[in-house]
Each structure stands twice: as structure tokens, then as C-alpha cells.
Design a protein around this ligand. Structure first.
Ligand SMILES: Nc1ncnc2c1ncn2[C@@H]1O[C@H](COP(=O)(O)OP(=O)(O)OP(=O)(O)O)[C@@H](O)[C@H]1O
Ligand SMILES: [Mg+2]
Length: 291
């Protein structure tokens, strides 16, 4: 009945159209037959040198199914300090969860692996390598010869707008340019799971739109899954197939918002009524979170 429906701001799993209402009272993960990524009851508590505990993540459970022959972008949206980077680091295998399990294609994560690539929130270029050498780093580890590396790196350097800086060192670059090196260095390896932690935060709007288009192209052309953290509601709606709205620390999933339309995502879309409607829903969820 209508008056039993949760209102915006209450937890729910909801396929959002401009007028959609949340359909369930709590977020419940739909379990996939074979999940690309399965996170079950994830909990992370940091213990400081002085023994003080910070519980960052509590009870995060989600499945991302492996859609055949098409990429997928899943966005985490949530307040600063809630635990988004912590979840990404756990999936990357960079920290061991306190509780719970993470499976990639059914295999438990026990450490880092080439099936995953991460773009960190902080800039992480290797200062002693040129831009081109940074971008080619993973290909070199794979044993590709110089000619093949050069062909591939040229494509990615052009895609991120750094072809003219290929032979410079990171110290000569701005923060946003360094971040684009990290993006190219990750995407060139074509990992099946791409973890991106606020990758476009330091970019001006125009460059940011270019990077968003690049990511949509990558997602269309490659059968990968991109986990993407952002604070930018518009960016979330533009990029995502689905968006998880996260609670403040210790974080858990408050809502999953599926973005079922927008087959043609061009710039005009961002000013459309439908797009604005989804943005508004997300803002309602973010700023009136249920306890
Ligand atoms: N290495 C650490 N040791 C102790 N506490 C930590 C550590 N890393 C993160 N935390 C704490 O865990 C909580 C979640 O941090 P996290 O970096 O995951 O948040 P976030 O959602 O990514 O925030 P932001 O949007 O600001 O990047 C914070 O309270 C933070 O202080
Ligand atoms: Mg973070």
C-alpha cells in the first residue's frame, strides 16, 4: 500500500526513474549465479599503534554479476571518511578484512593480483620513470617488447591527453596530469576489475568530461567491471550502471540505485529532466539518510 512505501531517504533497493519511489525497506543484496565480485559481510576495523580502534566498514554485502561481453560501472557514493577507500583497498587485496569475505569470479582475495588495477585517491606515479615508462610499467612486467609497449602506450597517452608529455617526469606535471598518468597506467593493463578512488577529483570540468567519456568507451569496449568512488552526484549518474549510497562510518550500504536508461550518454543528457530527477533522488538519499 502506498503509505507503507518507504520515502526517499529510507533504506531501499530502487530502480530509479525520475518518479520512482524506493521499493524495499532495507538493502538486500541480490545474489548472482556467478558473480564477478562477491562481498559478504565485510567488516574492517583499523587498530592504531596506540591500540585505538576505528571501525570503518560494517556489514557490507553486495554482488556484481559478470555481464557477458559488456563492461559495467558501479559507483560508491557516500560522505567523506565513511569507508569507501577502505572497501576498495580490501577488494584490491591491500588490506585484510577484519570480517567477511571477498570473492572475484569465485576465488577468495588473499592479496593483490593482476586481475585488479587500482587508481588511488592520492597520486602514485613512479617519480623516477617518465610518463611513458609509468604508463608502460605493467606491460613491461608482462614481458611485452618495446615496440608493442610503445604502440599501446601511445593510444592511452593520447586518450588521457598526455602524448606531448610522454618523455617528462611526474615532477613536471600538475596534480591532475599525474592522476591521468595513473589512469592510463591502470587501464592499459585491461584488468577485469578496475578500482578507481575519486580519480577525477583534481581535474577541471572539461578534462573531467573527457575522462568520463574515456571511461564510458572503455566500459563499452571491454568486458570489465569498474568500481568507482566519487562525491560528485552528477558524475555518478552519468557513469554508473548502478550506484551504492553508503552510510557514514562505520559504513554500510543504504541504497542501491540502478540507472536503467541513458543508452546514449552524451553531454546533453546531463541537463535533461530525467537525469536531473535521478540526481535529486541521490541527493535526497545522501542528505536525509535513515539511521
Ligand atoms: N590506515 C588507517 N588507520 C586508521 N584509521 C584509518 C586508516 N585509513 C582510514 N582510516 C579511518 O577509516 C575511516 C574510513 O576511511 P576511508 O579512507 O575509507 O574513508 P573514505 O570514505 O574513502 O573518505 P573520503 O571520501 O574522504 O576519501 C576514517 O575514519 C579514517 O580515519
Ligand atoms: Mg577515500
Amino acid at each position: 500500500m502506498a503509505d507503507e512505501q518507504p520515502q526517499a531517504g529510507e533504506p531501499g533497493t530502487v530502480a530509479v526513474t525520475a518518479d520512482a519511489k524506493p521499493s524495499k525497506a532495507t538493502y538486500v543484496s541480490e545474489r548472482a549465479e556467478q558473480a564477478r565480485l562477491r562481498i559478504t559481510d565485510l567488516g574492517v576495523t583499523y587498530v592504531g599503534h596506540d591500540g585505538r580502534e576505528t571501525e570503518a566498514v560494517r556489514e557490507v554485502t553486495l554482488d556484481i554479476a559478470d555481464k557477458p561481453n559488456v563492461g559495467e560501472i558501479v559507483v560508491f557514493l557516500g560522505p567523506s571518511g565513511c569507508g569507501k577507500s577502505t572497501i576498495l583497498k580490501a577488494v584490491a587485496g591491500l588490506l585484510a578484512p577484519t570480517r567477511g569475505e571477498i570473492l572475484i569470479d569465485g576465488v577468495p582475495v588473499t592479496g593483490v593480483g593482476r586481475d585488479r588495477g587500482m587508481v588511488f585517491q592520492a597520486y602514485t606515479s613512479f617519480g623516477w620513470l617518465t610518463v611513458r615508462q609509468n604508463v608502460e610499467y605493467g606491460l613491461r612486467l608482462q614481458g611485452l617488447d618495446a615496440k608493442e609497449r610503445a604502440t599501446r602506450s601511445k593510444k592511452y597517452l593520447e586518450a588521457v591527453g598526455l602524448a606531448d608529455f610522454a618523455d617528462r617526469y611526474p615532477k613536471d606535471l600538475s596534480g591532475g596530469m599525474k592522476q591521468r598518468v595513473a589512469i592510463a597506467r591502470t587501464l592499459i593493463n585491461k584488468p577485469k576489475l578496475v578500482l578507481m578512488d575519486e580519480p577525477f577529483g583534481a581535474l577541471d570540468p572539461q578534462t573531467r568530461w573527457g575522462m568520463q567519456s574515456l571511461l564510458l568507451d572503455v566500459s563499452r569496449d571491454e568486458d570489465n567491471t569498474i568500481l568507482f568512488v566519487t562525491h560528485d552526484v552528477s558524475e555518478a549518474v552519468y557513469l554508473a550502471d548502478s550506484i551504492y549510497v553508503m552510510a557514514p562510518r562505520p559504513t554500510k550500504i543504504l541504497h542501491r540505485v540502478d540507472v536503467p536508461f541513458f543508452q546514449n550518454r552524451d553531454m546533453a543528457l546531463k541537463s535533461s529532466k530525467e537525469f536531473r530527477g535521478v540526481e535529486q533522488k541521490l541527493l535526497d538519499f545522501l542528505y536525509a539518510p535513515a539511521s
